[in-house]
Structures are given as C-alpha cells and as structure tokens.
Ligand binder design. Structure first.
Ligand code: FO1
Length: 327
C-alpha cells in the first residue's frame, strides 16, 4: 500500500503519477483540511476537491483548482449585488458576500452536496468517499480528520486570518509571524488514517507546503507518532526547488517562521519523521547538506509538468524504500 500525506495541487499531481505506478486501490491519500472554510454558509474543502477533480480529470489544468469548463454565473451575481450595496472584501461583517473567493457554478454543486450531507449528519470522510465514488475513483481519499481543524495565520501587524483569507483574499502577500492550527487538540484522526500510515509499504509526504498543508495533517494527535513509527518507510518530496516554491508561499512562510527556504530547510523540517528526502536536480549541490540534516537524499526530476514525471517520481519513492515492500 502507498499512503500519501497530501495538500492541494502538488499532491494531486503526484497522486496522478502514483495511480499510474501502482493500482489505484492500493493508494490512500490523507488530506489536509486546515484550508477548509465556510463561505455563504457552504462547506468548502479546497484540498479534497483539488485532489478529487484532478484524479477525475475534471480539474481546470491552468488554475490547478476548480472545475474545467466552468462557468461563473452565480458568483458573478453575488459580486454584482455586493458592488451595488458597496460591500467590500475587507468589510469584517460581509466579506464573503463580496465574492472574493471564486466559486464556479459546477464547483458550487459539490459544496451544496457536501453541506447538505454534513447537515444531515454525515461525516466529512463519508461525504468525501461519496464524492470520489461518484467520479469512479478507486484510490482512497480521506480527510485527515472529521473534526474541525483550521489553519490561522497571524500577520506581523497582528491580524488573525483564516487560510483562505490569507491565501486568496490577501494573495499571500502579507508577512506572517505565527501559524496556529485551531482545533488540533480535540481533533481525532478520521477512520482509517492511522492504519493507512502504519500498514503502508511506503508513506510519501507529497511536495506540498510543509507549514500550511502537511503541517495540519501531521498536527492531528496520533498522526505524527504513526508516521514517526514507520520513519524508515517515509519518503518526503521537497516542495522547494532552487530555493523557491513552485506554487504558493512555502518559501516565504519558511523564511518568515525562521527556517531556511531551501531543500536543507525542508530536510531539517522533516528529519524527525522521514528517512528520505527527494530533491530536484537543480538542488543536487545541496545533497550533502540534506544528508547532514539526517535524511537520505535522492536527486531526480521533481517538477511534474512533463508527462511521465509524476509516475517516475512515484516509482522513485517506492524504490527508495525497496527491500521487498509491497506498495
Ligand atoms: N484560489 C485562488 O487563488 N482564488 C480563488 O478564488 C480560489 C477559489 C477556489 C474555489 C474552490 C476551491 O476548491 C479552490 C479555490 N482556490 C482559489 C484554490 C485554493 O484556495 C488553494 O489552492 C488551496 O486552498 C491551497 O492549497
């Protein structure tokens, strides 16, 4: 079994390769929910949806989130109404009414369904399985927890922003001094999470943001201990290539929180729980410093643009653990 600790876009692209490399029913994704939010009363789970839509071939390939062939009529109407009423995105009493978070019409259907099922008492993990099943997906996609877990970023000017306020509304262009994971003490791993880690032949930490994507996954009590207990079988893939994040603010957040924004900083971050770190060829010269941080370093192509790279990367992770493990 191959288990992947996953954030959004980078993890989704890796999972596409993983289901080429091994049978999809042997792959489990354990997914961040710290980005989840409630907008217009609807429950939105961006990382879960990015993974489902990507594996289903329904993702918009340019944006990397939301549906392909999307239309925007409903959110366009919200924005028209807000404009007319003078409601702005930074109005504390009505900011989502300003429509700063772009919910497409097809995507809205997912949020309507999720919200209705959750109000009827279904757990997020059960609803996620229903949504993935509707797309005919054979891999297991599990939110790390069914309990509320919210990433909150405190800016240097003292504001506390939800992840989506930081990422989308503020375009991650504000300095952060602290990241909190609200609800983590009470959160319990969703059914199947701990088993999927302990019983996996290989656990891959996807090339996702360590602070705000895999960080919340590992923060759920019991998850980091489970990963630590199989450290020799854990392979992390660096989301930092040549000192920069391929997408999003991973490099900036690492720097702002006092870590080196490089594969060395990533190695130091994951060394307690991962035996191996995979880095891109452009970082080959740093392999010695990665190993000095206490993890084995594998150098290969990690940028999952060209066809075949993601599947080759998945095979590299499996081979890294080797010795007869059966992913
Ligand atoms: N990202 C944006 O930059 N702008 C948006 O308006 C936006 C809307 C959106 C709607 C649904 C969804 O599932 C994702 C959406 N994202 C948007 C992406 C999302 O905020 C981030 O990619 C993840 O949360 C980061 O992992």
């Amino acid at each position: 079994m191959l288990t992947v600790l996953a954030g959004g876009v980078g993890a989704a692209r890796f999972l596409l390769g993983a289901v080429e490399a091994v049978d999809a029913d042997r792959v489990t994704a354990i997914v961040n929910v710290g980005d989840d939010t409630v907008l217009h009363g609807l429950e939105v789970s961006p990382d879960l949806d990015t993974i489902v839509y990507t594996l289903a071939g329904a993702i918009d390939p340019d944006r990397g989130w939301g549906r392909r062939d999307e239309s925007w009529r409903a959110i366009g109407e919200v924005r028209r109404l807000a404009d007319s009423a003078g409601i702005r995105a930074d109005d504390p009493n009505g900011n989502d009414a300003a429509g700063w978070f772009a919910l497409g019409d097809l995507d809205l259907g997912t949020h309507l369904y999720r919200t209705s099922r959750r109000r009827a008492g279904a757990a997020l993990s059960a609803v996620t399985a229903e949504i993935a099943g509707s797309w005919g997906l054979d891999l297991r996609i599990i939110p790390v927890t069914d309990d509320p877990l919210r990433t909150v970023l405190e800016t240097t000017d003292g504001r506390r922003l939800s992840f989506q306020e930081y990422f989308v509304r503020e375009r991650h262009d504000v300095a952060v001094r602290r990241v909190d994971l609200e609800g983590r003490e009470q959160a319990r791993p969703a059914p199947g999470v701990i088993e999927a880690i302990r019983e996996a032949g290989v656990v891959v930490i996807a090339p996702s943001n360590p602070v705000v994507s895999t960080g919340p996954v590992l923060s759920v009590p019991g998850v980091e201990d489970a990963v630590h207990s199989v450290r020799d079988r854990v392979v992390a893939i660096s989301p930092i290539v040549g000192g920069a994040a391929l997408k999003g603010p991973a490099d900036r957040l690492l720097r702002e929180l006092g870590h080196e924004p490089s594969v060395v900083g990533v190695a130091e971050w994951y060394a307690p729980i991962a035996g191996t770190l995979v880095v891109d060829r452009v970082d080959a010269a740093l392999a010695g410093r990665v190993e000095a941080a206490g993890v084995r370093c594998i150098v290969t192509d990690t940028v999952m643009g060209p066809p075949g790279v993601a599947a080759a990367l998945a095979r590299t992770c499996i081979d890294a653990v080797g010795t007869g493990s059966q992913p």
